[in-house]
Ligand binder design. Structure first.
Ligand SMILES: Nc1nc2c(ncn2[C@@H]2O[C@H](COP(=O)(O)O[C@H]3[C@@H](O)[C@H](n4cnc5c(=O)[nH]c(N)nc54)O[C@@H]3COP(=O)(O)O)[C@@H](O)[C@H]2O)c(=O)[nH]1
Length: 850
């Protein structure tokens, strides 16, 4: 037997594809079998299918067995033959005589089978009739069997096509359900819809209403949202009339009132019955629309926020950098770049020379590890303007396990940074000079001391105080004082390297912190001294204070540090002490701190304290020194202040006046002196016998320029009841030259009251003829420094002669002070001086001794 044919995979494939094997009985096949048996007059007929192992009966008449092994199948011979296979007596046919179906039940003796040949040529089985007796089959019977076999094949083919159609329909239905897309066909003749199952589902009537085969157009349109109806009808009309295919998204309202969005597509076609029709689809797009609406809302929000939003791809982080895929409007506004200029580029073009490299590295490192990161970076606009950006960058994974993008939200924080800088400036820098202030200095000094201690390094603190600054401030006004301080700051900075610090410590005090001196103490001291001397030298050049040339000198105190455990306060105190020492030694000098200074400073501090107390306790007294004319007649006295110190005895002005000058007590003391002198004068004027014709009172520059000086002086004169003509105020040249207009006005007012003026210490200062002429003074006092050596020093004699001659020309009185012997007086008299003061005429004494 040719098993190759039986086991032909194509044949078996055809058999299986028919889905006939092992299926329940079907009436068609049963009837064919019955008809075949009737036609042939046999008790048995079958529709037999042959697979690789058995024969299986799709239909059988007169046979109990549902199937038999292949070896018992006579139909096998039928499918291998090209036509009808007939066996008239199986017992006589050696091929079949031993077949169990022949030898045993059902004792088959005759057989006629027609192969079931499908359209593709494969034979899948046979239509067979069988008898239990030997017999011959008439040709008409065999022809009839052939026709029946053809009916079987045709039926199997139709059955198969039907199955396939069902399968396709089911697939289409499933596809529509899965895609949520329904289909319809609108017959334009009947105006009825044929609607797929999914359309019902989309319209929410799948369970509620039984599926109607045809839906009238109006019924379909009932579902359309009233607001969308017109546009849907228009779209239908356009499609129907062939203007354009229908493509519309609209809303439908379901029976429960809920609203869905659908997208309808339709095109004009001819239906099977050749009617014009619209074939359409309905896509349920509520979710898509909602997603899209959400996305649009999101995009709109991102577009409108004032923060910059930038999205880049997640790689490459190395060159050329990740590409920008999105920026919002705020980005364009902040950076000045248009969207189309930046898309596809790396954000690196925002960086510039000021962008912090280390911060970029930190950000890059975080992103490399897919971590979110915050930063504050200096970015640059398209025009190259730097701005501070506060960044918040987060990795984003879109349909991926690993980040696909980075989203960066940036805010322009330039204003905050400027404010912070400003606050920092306020906190750590002096507003007037821009120099580090005391706080920053103390920080840096503390740090410098730690470094010096740790690494045995040397440094120094230079404490610089401007001499007589208070006088300038009081006499020329604070605005000029401020200008001078600014100029001083600039000048100091010129001498100091950037690594060191020039700070304004307060008022007229500056501190220089030198951190990079030689580790050797003596070398460090030399370096500090050189710098100090340079500074002193630099101050030799007058300052241009708003057009006025002002000479200003500094007193500098230096304290070195070189690894000893000492705090910033202590070092500063030492420098301060040294500075006071420089001041006490005549100012405009430089002193290094030494241990002995501390004692002196303590003494000075005690003196300062005592001075304040002394004013309150009335420890100051006035001594009076006579002033005489050529005949020796007393023409007045000069009031000279003394301090009756409870422990140190009687102190002279040289010992305490500088304390008063340094503090504001000079004005208070001066007021007291003027009041006391006037009161004493009033007493003398009332005294019988030896009247004192006039009194000279020394007035300091700060006292004279004090805004209250004028009214106070007048009040004092009034209160004491003294004739103003008996009062002479002694002013120094330096007092008068500053703010000359104001000075002259003040002097004129007092002169209108009768008060007179004497120019003290003449010859030691400016000695300018111009202002001598301008000022309403009555007298010039030749300083005692010229009188002292007048007999042996021709220059001094010449100076005194010049002053006297000058005053004669200007019509001013001349008083010579410090005359200790008659020769001095005689020479002065010879030179034309008419008034004298000095120990020769009388020492300063308490009033009761005069
Ligand atoms: N603003 C104020 N200044 C004052 C006041 N009292 C004094 N002073 C100023 O202090 C300076 C020193 O004063 P004093 O130590 O009192 O010395 C005066 C005389 O004692 C001294 N003198 C006078 N005759 C002689 C002499 O023959 N020999 C000598 N060696 N010294 C002598 O001269 C001082 C007076 O100087 P002057 O005022 O320039 O006329 C001094 O500058 C005072 O001005 C005060 O209350 N307020």
């Amino acid at each position: 037997m040719n098993h190759a044919l039986v086991n032909d995979p194509d044949r078996l494939g055809t058999l299986r594809a028919l889905h006939l094997l092992d299926t329940p009985a079907e009436s068609f096949f049963d009837e064919i079998a019955r008809f075949a048996a009737h036609l042939a007059g046999t008790p048995i007929a079958t529709v037999t299918l042959i697979d690789e192992q058995r024969q299986w009966f799709k239909a059988r008449v007169g046979l109990e067995l549902p199937e038999t092994p292949l070896a018992m199948a006579i139909c096998l011979y039928t499918i291998m033959s090209s036509g009808i296979y007939v066996v008239e007596d199986t017992m006589k046919d050696p091929t079949h005589s031993s077949n169990p179906l022949v030898t045993g039940s059902p004792y088959l003796r005759a057989y006629a089978g027609v192969p079931l040949r499908m359209e593709n040529g494969h034979v899948i089985g046979a239509l067979a009739v069988m008898d239990t007796r030997p017999r011959r089959f008439r040709s008409s019977v065999l022809e009839g069997l052939v026709m029946l076999a053809q009916q079987v094949v045709m039926h199997i083919t139709l059955r198969q096509q039907k199955l396939e159609l069902e399968l396709q329909t089911r697939r289409l239905r499933e596809a529509q359900r899965i895609a949520d897309i329904g289909s319809w066909e609108l017959d334009l003749t009947t105006h009825t819809f044929q609607i797929s199952e999914q359309v019902y589902r989309i319209y929410g009537v799948w369970h509620a209403e039984p599926q109607a085969p045809l839906i009238p157009l109006d019924r379909y349109l009932d579902y359309v949202h009233p607001d969308d109806l017109a546009s849907v009808q228009r779209a239908l009309e356009d499609a129907r009339s062939g203007v354009r295919p229908m493509d519309i998204v609209h809303r439908i309202v379901l029976a429960d009132g809920s609203v869905r969005h659908v997208r309808q597509h339709a095109e004009l076609i001819r239906s099977l019955d050749q009617h014009l029709a619209l074939a359409g689809t309905v896509h349920h797009v509520t979710e898509l629309i909602e997603k899209q609406a959400k996305r649009e809302l999101l995009e709109e929000c991102i577009e409108r926020v004032s923060d910059t939003v930038m999205i880049t791809e997640a790689s490459p982080l190395d060159e050329p950098g990740p590409r920008i895929v999105f920026v919002n409007k705020a980005f364009e506004n902040t950076t000045g770049y248009r969207r189309d200029e930046v898309l596809g580029r790396s954000p690196r073009f925002l960086q510039g020379p000021g962008t912090q490299r280390c911060e970029l590295d930190r950000v890059g490192n975080a992103l490399r590890h897919c971590l979110p990161v915050q930063s504050e970076l200096i970015n640059y606009t398209k025009r190259g303007k730097p701005f501070w950006a506060q960044l918040d960058i987060a990795p984003v994974a879109v349909r991926s396990e690993t980040p696909t993008h980075f989203v960066s939200v940036q805010r322009d924080v330039t204003r905050r940074k400027e404010d912070e800088h400003y606050i920092r400036q306020l906190a750590f820098y002096d507003a007037l000079t821009g120099l580090p202030n005391r706080r920053l200095l103390m920080d840096r000094l503390a740090h410098a001391l730690q470094i010096a201690l740790r690494h045995a390094q040397s440094g120094a603190v230079m404490f610089i105080d401007l001499d007589n600054f208070k006088t300038l401030n009081d006499t020329m006004g604070h605005d000029k004082g401020d200008i001078l301080l600014t100029l001083v700051a600039q000048r100091l900075q010129r001498f100091v390297r950037k690594s060191n610090t020039v700070a304004r410590f307060g008022g007229d005090e500056f501190v220089i912190l030198l951190e990079d001196l030689d580790p050797q103490s003596d070398m460090a001291a030399t370096q500090a001294r050189i710098l100090g001397e340079k500074i002193l030298g630099a101050f030799q050049v007058p300052f241009d204070v708003a057009g006025y040339r002002h000479s200003c000198t500094p007193s500098i105190g230096v304290a070195l540090f070189n690894g000893e455990p000492v705090g910033p306060d202590e070092i500063l105190k030492r420098a301060d002490v040294a500075m006071y020492e420089a001041k006490a030694s005549g100012r405009n000098g430089l002193r290094f701190f030494d241990k002995g200074m501390q004692c002196r400073v303590n003494k000075r501090a005690a003196l300062d304290r005592d001075f304040r107390k002394a004013l309150q306790a009335g420890e100051f007294v006035l001594h009076y020194q006579p002033q005489v004319d050529q005949s020796g007649q007393m023409i007045g006295v000069e009031a000279l202040v003394r301090w009756r110190h409870p422990h140190r005895g009687l102190l002279y002005p040289s010992e305490f006046m500088w304390i008063a000058e340094d503090s504001n007590l000079i004005v208070e003391l001066g007021d007291w002196v003027l009041g006391q002198a006037c009161r004493q004068m009033a007493l003398w004027q009332r005294r019988a016998g030896r009247p004192v014709p006039g009194i000279s009172v020394n007035v300091s520059a700060r006292q004279f320029h004090h805004p209250e000086f004028l009214p106070r002086t007048i009040d004092v004169l009034r209160a004491a009841g003294v004739d103003p003509r008996s009062l002479k105020l002694e002013l120094t040249e330096s007092t008068l030259v500053d703010r000359i207009d104001d000075t002259v006005a003040k002097m004129d007012t007092l002169k209108s009251w009768g008060v007179r003026f004497s120019l003290d210490d003449f010859g030691t200062g400016y000695s300018s003829l111009a202002y001598l002429k301008r000022l309403p003074i009555d007298e010039v006092k030749i300083d005692r420094s010229f009188i002292q050596d007048i007999l042996c020093n021709q220059d001094d004699a010449a100076i005194s002669q010049t002053i006297i001659s000058l005053c004669q020309i200007l019509g001013l009185n001349v008083m010579a002070e410090g005359i200790e012997n008659e020769s001095q007086r005689d020479l002065l008299a010879k030179q034309g001086c008419k008034y004298y003061q000095g120990y020769l005429m009388g020492r300063p004494v308490p009033p009761e001794l005069l």
